[in-house]
Design a protein around this ligand. Structure first.
Ligand code: HEM
Length: 416
């Protein structure tokens, strides 16, 4: 299926929209700034940039193909690389990435298209407290046991499906600690339904019209989440706890950890690590976030002409920071063969896990970092005691961040 530049950018903008108005990963998906600014110089520029990047498929089986391939080919370059005559520009070093992400006045997050200002751009996303993260991790562990019964019985199941309820219920618990189990489960279901409705909007090759069937379905699902939240929070209270902001955080905090967890299991099935003990667990988590960061592109737009890494960028240039690319930077990652999944590199050698920015950095860095890491660590601890077997070919889907499509797995006892 063909994909235009707009959809390339929209899909690549896993986060941009969200972070601004909606403060969520997933809202970022639904529509990048070029919708909003169509007709403006911004929009024209984005469209030109996009044309240079059209990709033949939305579901590429290999990372060397499509959008990922274009970005990964910039590994090792010293200066920002233009992917087309008019950009976008891919940032190639951690230093440039920090400059871009910590300086929102010069490199503005691409703003959201889908809601037209429904959420105050200045409203910060809520950050779950340490105690909320602890309780939410317990919820994740309990739900994981229930959800994985199919695997314990020897069955085959898609990791993206199995992880839905554990992640959704855990994240709702973290962001809404006051909710009892019934409300929590209802909100988790509504959030998942919204995420499902967003999927086709994000993946469509042309931005669906406001009154299209896809948009109306997505908007109904979003309003259902906000309506349920309104019954439990004070709409006039703390701006970080207003229903649209909380709803966007829920979407961000559900879709991305599901994808990260599914990647972890897929990578375990593909490359069974040599070390099996508890000491390898942090390495499993960080290697997954290095080779398969679900939010693999953080887009920004220059607010004026600017020098970056020796390159003169025009105003309204699209600048892409990629944790996926930075994760292949030999100055950030210890060991050799950086394309390989080697969890032991994080226990055996010096190196700073996360220096490739899988959670971003700066004012729009991920507020759910502790929760995401806790969920992944819990999953890795449980999964590392088992032997994982992939059933069939799992594709790398680039249509919504990156996630494994058809992550069909089964498992046996590690001693089998
Ligand atoms: C493995 C799990 C996760 C990963 C890899 C991840 C990654 C990221 C990244 C890279 C960004 C920055 C995007 C940018 O700068 O454009 C981000 C932002 C964000 N994340 Fe996460 N995230 C994860 C889990 C979560 C969770 C559990 C929550 C909710 C509790 C959450 C909520 C958010 C929100 C609301 C933002 C937008 C912040 C803003 O724009 O101010 N994330 N995330």
């Amino acid at each position: 299926m063909g994909i235009g530049i707009k959809s390339w950018f929209r899909a690549a903008c896993t986060r941009a929209d969200v972070s601004r108005r909606e403060n969520s990963h997933d809202q970022a998906h639904p529509g990048p700034s070029f919708h909003r600014s169509r007709g403006s110089s911004d929009g024209d520029h984005l469209q030109l940039a996009a044309r240079a990047l059209s990709s033949p498929t939305i579901t590429d089986g290999a990372e060397s193909a499509g959008r990922l391939g274009a970005v990964l080919r910039c590994v090792g370059e010293a200066a920002p690389q233009a992917l087309g005559k008019h950009g976008p520009w891919v940032v190639t070093t951690a230093e440039q990435a920090r400059e871009v992400l910590t300086n929102p006045r010069t490199f503005a997050p691409a703003s959201d298209v889908s809601r037209g200002g429904a959420v105050d751009a200045s409203a910060r996303a809520p950050r779950p407290s340490a105690s909320a993260v602890r309780v939410a991790t317990d919820v994740f562990a309990a739900e994981l046991i229930a959800a994985t019964e199919v695997w314990r019985r020897g069955g085959v199941a898609d990791a993206m499906q199995v992880l839905r309820l554990p992640v959704a219920r855990s994240t709702v618990r973290a962001l809404l600690p006051e909710a009892g189990p019934r409300v929590r489960d209802e909100l988790a279901d509504l959030t998942l339904a919204w995420i499902d409705a967003l999927g086709p909007v994000i993946a469509s090759s042309r931005p669906p019209g406001r009154w299209s069937r896809l948009r109306r379905r997505e908007s109904r699902a979003r309003l259902a989440v906000e309506g349920a939240l309104a019954a439990h929070v004070d709409p006039a209270g703390d701006p970080r706890r207003r229903p649209p902001v909380l709803a966007a955080s829920l979407a961000a905090g559900v879709q991305v950890p599901i994808a990260a967890g599914a990647w972890l299991l897929v990578l375990l099935a593909k490359h069974r690590p040599v070390a099996q003990g508890a000491e390898v667990v942090p390495g499993l988590v960080w290697e997954t976030l290095r080779l398969r960061p679900p939010t693999w592109i953080l887009p920004r737009v220059t607010t004026g002409e600017i020098d970056l890494g020796g390159e003169r960028l025009p105003a309204s240039a699209v600048v892409l920071v990629s944790p996926l690319l930075l994760g292949r930077d030999a100055s950030l990652v210890p060991g050799t063969d950086l394309d390989a999944f080697v969890p032991g590199r994080w226990t055996e050698q010096a190196g700073t896990p996360g220096s490739w920015l899988p959670f971003g950095v700066g004012p729009h860095a991920c507020p759910g970092r502790s929760l995401g890491l806790a969920q992944l660590t819990c999953l890795a601890t449980w999964a590392n005691a088992l032997r994982w077997i992939a059933e069939g070919d799992c594709a790398l889907d680039q249509s919504r961040g990156i996630f494994p499509r058809s992550a069909l797995l089964r498992c046996t006892d590690a001693r089998d």
